[in-house]
Design a protein around this ligand. Structure first.
Ligand code: SME
Length: 161
C-alpha cells in the first residue's frame, strides 16, 4: 500500500519534514486511533535510526496501558507519574533522558535501552497517550529530535484517539 522511500543520511529537519508528511498521508481520513498509532509506530521505526523501541501507551482510567509499538514486548501497565512515560503523562511535558540509568524510577522494559524520548499526546487539552522512543545508544535524542517528534505528534494528535 504505502511505500515510503527513506534516503539515509538526511539532515534532521528534512527527515522530520518527510516523516510528518508521510504520517499525515497515512492518518488522513482514518478515524481509528489504534490503527493510526500502529502505522505511526511502524513509520517511526522505519525512519528513525538507532531505536530499540517505538510505540504508544494510552491513558485509560488514569493509568498508562501499552498500545501499538515496534520492538520487544514491554511492560503493559504504568501508573501515572511513574517512570519516564508516567512522568510525561502526569506533567504533560516532554521527557528527553540522555541516560535512563540516571532517571529516578526509570522502568527498564528492555535492559538494552540507554536513552529515551517521551512525548505526550494531547487532545482538547487532555493527555490521551504518550509516544515513547527508546535507544540502546546513550544520549541518542537531540533537541532537534525532540522538536521533530513534538511537531509530528502535534500534526496528527487528532487522529490518535
Ligand atoms: N522506560 C519506560 C517504560 C516503557 S518501555 O521503555 C517500553 C519508562 O520508564 O517509563
Amino acid at each position: 500500500m504505502h511505500d515510503f522511500s527513506i534516503p539515509s543520511g538526511q539532515s534532521p529537519d528534512i527527515l522530520y519534514n518527510d516523516l510528518r508528511s508521510a504520517a499525515r498521508a497515512l492518518t488522513d481520513g482514518e478515524p481509528d486511533g489504534i490503527a493510526n498509532m500502529a502505522n505511526i509506530s511502524a513509520l517511526i521505526w522505519q525512519y528513525i535510526p538507532d531505536l530499540n523501541w517505538a510505540g504508544f501507551y494510552r491513558v485509560i482510567d488514569d493509568e498508562l496501558v501499552l498500545g501499538p509499538f515496534q520492538g520487544k514486548s514491554a511492560c503493559i501497565r504504568i501508573a501515572m507519574g511513574k517512570g519516564v512515560c508516567g512522568t510525561a503523562a502526569a506533567t504533560n511535558a516532554v521527557q528527553r533522558v540522555a541516560d535512563v540509568h540516571d532517571f529516578p524510577g526509570h522502568i527498564a522494559c528492555d535492559a538494552d535501552s540507554r536513552s529515551e524520548l517521551v512525548v505526550p499526546v494531547s487532545k482538547n487539552g487532555k493527555v490521551i497517550a504518550v509516544l515513547d522512543l527508546d535507544s540502546p545508544l546513550p544520549d541518542r535524542f537531540s533537541a532537534e529530535d525532540e522538536a521533530g517528534i513534538t511537531a509530528l505528534i502535534a500534526a496528527i494528535a487528532n487522529s490518535l484517539g
